[in-house]
Write a protein that binds this ligand. Structure first.
Ligand code: BTX
Length: 327
């Protein structure tokens, strides 16, 4: 009902719509409409009410809620079938994995204003305590071989870069395969987690964290972290970023799942790479060695050449680049 009322108010943006009209459109009593409008006002909607005229939605720019996000994604015809929204949660990835384990649902978006225990890779933390970023996870059930799951990370990285470049005039880079970098600092990251058995994927959760309007970072990461606001001076409604990232994610994902077409994603990952054409450190199991990163192969794996000229593919190794995002 909340969603429907917001929809009606949005259709009449900056114009009054009477309680009676809303009540006729939805077939519910004016008292119920009035109660919902009161709740909407309490949750931050700027709704003007005037006797005999009705209600008018003035500004919904900074409203972050399940209804807003659901409406936004529905109107853009995205593949997202269900949205779980939280004001605060430990980790959207953890919640999405829980749904993955316990239901048949897929194409579910879990999103939270704040994460109290946001996760990075390899047990690291992802700071998401301020309500100024986008912290979201998609639950997917693709019919893929588990060895292809890493492509989902690259699809997400390509989607984030493409989305950001639509709004900001910034030079955005990808530190292979999951960090998004601007001016040498990390502004976004992707954490893909998979549940699989016997060569089959049960589900994949792709977690996306983007520092959008963050004004400052704690000292421990202030040298390596930045936000779209800090890099551009532009404050933006986070919903716009969500809409575009989801749009591009599904554009690339559907291309890959339906047509096995990964070239556009690969091109973006190559073109935007801050890892390629430089010396990197490969940390593989207990071994660390320096090598020159010269290409991404057709599957998006990093190709490196060590100082003896031996070429190899980096699968699981953590790649570290001097001078980029603190590595
Ligand atoms: P990562 O392991 O590449 O990066 C984690 C490292 O980045 C940390 O060790 C720290 O140095 C630095 N860092 C921590 N917080 C931030 C931040 N807000 N901005 C920039 N740098 C930071 C990258 O992991 C993957 C991150 C995915 C986060 C999303 S948010 C939604 C979803 N839920 C969840 O718990 N994780 C994902």
């Amino acid at each position: 009902m909340k969603e429907k009322i917001i929809s009606i108010l949005k259709e009449h943006k900056n114009k009054f719509v009477s309680g009676e009209e809303i009540s006729n459109l939805l077939g519910v009593s004016r008292t119920s409409i009035w109660k919902v409008l009161k709740q909407l006002k309490a949750s931050g909607y700027n709704i003007e009410s005037a006797p005999k005229k009705g209600y008018k939605l003035l500004d919904d720019k900074n409203i972050y809620s399940k209804e807003e996000i659901t409406l936004l994604l529905k109107s853009k015809g995205s593949n997202v079938e269900e949205v779980f929204y939280f004001d605060s949660i430990n980790s959207t990835n953890e919640y999405a994995k829980e749904i993955g384990r316990n239901s048949n649902m897929e194409n579910v978006l879990v999103i939270s204003d704040i994460q109290t225990d946001g996760k990075g890779r390899l047990g690291r933390k992802w700071l998401s305590s301020e309500s100024s970023g986008v912290w979201m996870s998609l639950l997917l059930k693709p019919n893929l071989n588990p060895t292809d799951a890493s492509k989902i990370t690259q699809i997400a990285s390509a989607a984030i870069v493409t989305a950001i470049e639509e709004f900001y005039n910034l030079n955005v880079g990808i530190k292979w395969p999951n960090d998004i970098i601007i001016n040498g600092k990390k502004i976004a990251g992707v954490l893909t987690e998979m549940n699989s058995e016997l060569g089959e994927i049960n589900f994949i959760v792709v977690g996306i964290g983007i520092n959008v309007n963050t004004k400052s970072f704690p000292e421990e990461i202030s040298d390596i972290a930045s936000s779209l606001f800090l890099e551009s001076g532009l404050e933006i409604d986070r919903k716009k970023i969500i809409e575009k990232v989801i749009y591009y994610f599904y554009k690339f994902y559907n291309e890959y799942i339906k047509n096995k077409e990964f070239n556009e994603v690969l091109d973006i990952n190559k073109k935007k790479s801050v890892t390629l054409n430089r010396d990197v450190f490969i940390i593989r199991r207990n071994e660390t060695f320096e090598a020159y990163a010269y290409d991404l192969n057709r599957d998006g794996e990093l190709m490196v050449r060590d100082k003896d000229g031996k070429e190899s593919v980096v699968f699981y190794g953590e790649v570290s680049i001097r001078g980029v995002a603190g590595y």
